[in-house]
Design a protein around this ligand. Sequence first.
Ligand code: 5GP
Ligand code: MN
Length: 345
Amino acid sequence: MLKRKINPQDATKIKKYFDECKNVVVFTHTSPDGDAIGSSLALKEYLQRKGKNVSVIVPNVFPDFLKWMNESDKIVLYDRQRAFANNLINMADLVCCLDFNMLSRIDELEACVRRSAARKILIDHHLGPDHFADIIISCPECSSTCELLFRVFEAIGGLSNLSLHGAEDLYAGMCTDTGGFTYNSNDPDIFMIIAELLRKGIDKDIIYRRLFNTYTLDRYRLMGYILHEKLVQIQDLHASYFCVSREELKRFNFLKGDMEGVVNMPLAIRGQKLSISLREDTEKPVVWISVRSYDDFSARELAERFFNGGGHFNAAGGHIDGTIEEAEEVCKKAIEAYREQLMDK
Ligand code: 5GP
Ligand code: MN
C-alpha cells in the first residue's frame, strides 16, 4: 500500500474528467526532460487505452535519448507545428499540464492554455503551483511527476489500464529525475512503485542504458576536457566550479544536452558539497548556470541570490546576462558568500 498523497475528492474529480473527455491535449515544460516526456507519454497511453484522442504538445525539441519511447515520434513541437497544434488545442475538452508549476514554464503555450475553455488538470512536483487549473495535484515531496502520475492512476483505480509502454515511460521519468535513484529517492513507496512497473514487464536495465549510456564521442571528450582543464576546485570549501565558453563548446561540436549532468560529476570528489557549472550560450550574451549540492547546503538559495534562478533544494539553476568572465566573477562571490557554511566545522 502506498502512502496517500492524493485526496479522494481530487481522485473522484480526475476520474470524472478522464471518463468524460473526448479530445485531450497534454502539455509539458520547455526543454522537456525525461520526467516531462515520460509522464506526458504515459498519460497519453493511458487515456488512449480508454478510447480518447490524445496529443502531447511541447514548446520545443526534446533530447534524442528519449526517442525510444513509444509514440515519442508523435509528440507535437509547438515552435515547429504551430497551426497543427493550435487546431488540436481548439478541439480539446481536457487540458493536462504535467511537470511544471507556472504557465511561464511553457512559453508561448501559456496563451493557449489561458484561452482554452477546456477543463484543466495540473499534475506536478515543483513547489508553489500557479492556480490556473480546475484540479491541481501538487506534490513537492514526490521524486518526479511520473511517480505522482502513478499515484494518480492508483488513486482512480486505473492501474489495470497501465500498459507496458506506459510503465516504461513512468520508470524512465522516475529514473531521470532521481539520477538513476541516487538522490531524492529514499521514500520506500518509490520501490513499491518500481515493483509494480516490473510486474508490468519493464526491463529496467535496458531502460537505464537507453537513458544514460548514450553519449556521443564529442560529448564524452567535452566532459573529459572540462574535468581535466576547466575544473576550479576550492579545496578548503569543498566546492568547485567550471566555465565553458562558446568557443570551447564549438570545438567539441556542442549539441543541446551535451552539458546535461556534467555539473554532477565534481560531487563525486570526496567530501564535496557544492558544484557549479557556467556555460556560455552559443548565440546570445547569456551564461547558463547549474548548481548542485549535497546534504543541508541549499543550491536553490544560492541560485536565487546570485543567478536569477531557483529550483530544488539540491539541484537548481539560473542565468547571468553577460559574458562568461562576468559570470565567473559572480560565481566566485557566490561561493565566498557561503564560506562559513562550506568550511569544515
Ligand atoms: P538544471 O541545472 O538541470 O538546468 O536545473 C536544475 C533544476 O533547477 C531544475 O529542476 C530546474 O527546473 C531548476 N531551474 C533551472 N533554472 C532555473 C531558473 O532559472 N529558475 C528556477 N526557478 N528554476 C530553475
Ligand atoms: Mn520532474
